[in-house]
Design a protein around this ligand. Structure first.
Ligand code: SAM
Ligand code: SF4
Ligand code: SF4
Length: 342
């Protein structure tokens, strides 16, 4: 399903990009405190997460998602925060699967996956992405910063495989000085199992993760490190707007991906919109403000009016933060990854 081509009638933004993917954040809460995403010092006991009344209900999310599908969206991804923390998230999966015509997936830290995988599959989820930044316990526990063991995430991945969720993708954020040494072991472990590891350059999302350029391990370096042990060859993109550049092991044909959002920005092909937990529409991961769709949904507006509002927001879109970052321009106000979803 990754080979979807943006539909002809989809609205185009100011740079000619169509609207093809919607990432839906179902909660701003998380059971991890990954140092690159929700550092403990900021997301501590006193942190004010969204009150329940502000969070979109499953019915509201499904209604908004169907309107997006009507506008040409063909890929929905549930994210967060940690999506499996949202109670009965499988019910939402079932409702979204019922929309039809969409590739539906979910990104999780895997902590609750062992007990949820089958229910998610039964509800209509077909594939899944699990984040895992290292296979050695000391590094992984330090990165999730809640002392969570690798073994439980691996159990979750096994349960996902047993439930028939395929392909399984593994997201690994790489931060210089923290887990470069984990790159080759991750590649080695998952290449045998046929799961696709996607190595992600540490990004300057939000304001709290202390990002610095010298913490970024460039994708080219990651590919070279793996290629020295397991020779790789490039693979053509599945579809326009695919964020990961793909590489194949010459010996067994399995793949890895690298997401070079810092060193090789891909804004030009970015067809992604994001719906925050409280119903705001963001047209860029690095946007400073969102458009309040919840106000329209709760204000009694028709699907047509909401669709027209979304199309208008998309039509005005000119975001290309990562390209501007490369050019040395950065915006002052950004939102946090855990709120908008990755
Ligand atoms: N909690 C779920 C998880 O971790 O998979 C879903 C939400 S998380 C925000 C989505 C993805 O964003 C994860 O794969 C995570 O590793 C990635 N991510 C978070 N902060 C990042 C950063 N600063 N740079 C690059 N990727 C990041
Ligand atoms: Fe939670 Fe995912 Fe962020 Fe880690 S990356 S803190 S698991 S939302
Ligand atoms: Fe898309 Fe914004 Fe990321 Fe560029 S910086 S790829 S426009 S989300």
């Amino acid at each position: 399903m990754d080979s979807m081509i943006p539909s002809a009638g989809a609205p185009r933004d100011a740079l000619g990009r169509s609207l093809h993917d919607l990432r839906i954040s179902v909660t701003d809460r998380c059971n991890f405190r990954c140092v690159y995403c929700m550092p403990k010092e900021v997301f501590g006991r006193d942190f004010a997460f969204l009150p329940r009344a502000e969070v979109l209900s499953f019915e509201e999310i499904t209604r908004v998602a169907s309107i997006f599908v009507g506008l040409g969206v063909r890929k929905l991804r549930l994210t967060g925060g940690e999506p499996l923390l949202r109670r009965n998230v499988e019910r939402l999966v079932g409702m979204l699967a019922g929309i039809g015509e969409v590739d539906l997936t979910l990104t999780t830290n895997g902590a609750l996956l062992a007990r949820k995988a089958q229910a998610l599959r039964d509800a209509g989820l077909t594939r899944i992405t699990v984040s895992l930044d290292a296979l050695d316990d000391a590094t992984f526990r330090a990165m999730n910063d809640v002392d969570f063991p690798v073994a439980r995430v691996l159990e979750g991945i096994d349960a996902a495989e047993a439930a028939g969720l395929a392909p399984i993708k593994i997201n690994a954020v790489v931060k210089r000085g923290l887990n470069e040494h984990a790159i080759v072991p991750l590649a080695r472990h998952f290449r045998e199992r046929g799961h696709i590891v996607r190595f992600i350059e540490f990004m300057d999302v939000g304001h709290t993760n202390g990002w610095r350029m010298d913490n970024v391990v460039p994708a080219a370096e990651i590919v070279a490190m793996i290629g020295r042990e397991f020779p790789l060859e490039p693979v053509a993109a599945n579809y326009l707007g695919e964020v990961a550049s793909r590489w194949r092991y010459r010996d067994n044909g399995n793949e890895i991906g690298v997401i070079a959002s810092v060193t090789q920005p891909f804004c030009r092909a970015c067809t992604r919109a994001r719906l925050s937990t409280d119903g705001k529409l963001y047209t860029c991961l690095f946007a400073s403000a969102g458009f309040d769709l919840r106000a329209l949904v709760r204000g009694g507006q028709s699907d047509e009016a909401i669709g027209a509002a979304i199309a208008a927001v998309w039509g005005r879109r000119s975001d290309r933060y990562s390209e501007l970052r490369s050019a040395g321009t950065q915006r002052a106000q950004k939102i946090e990854m855990s709120y908008i979803g990755g």
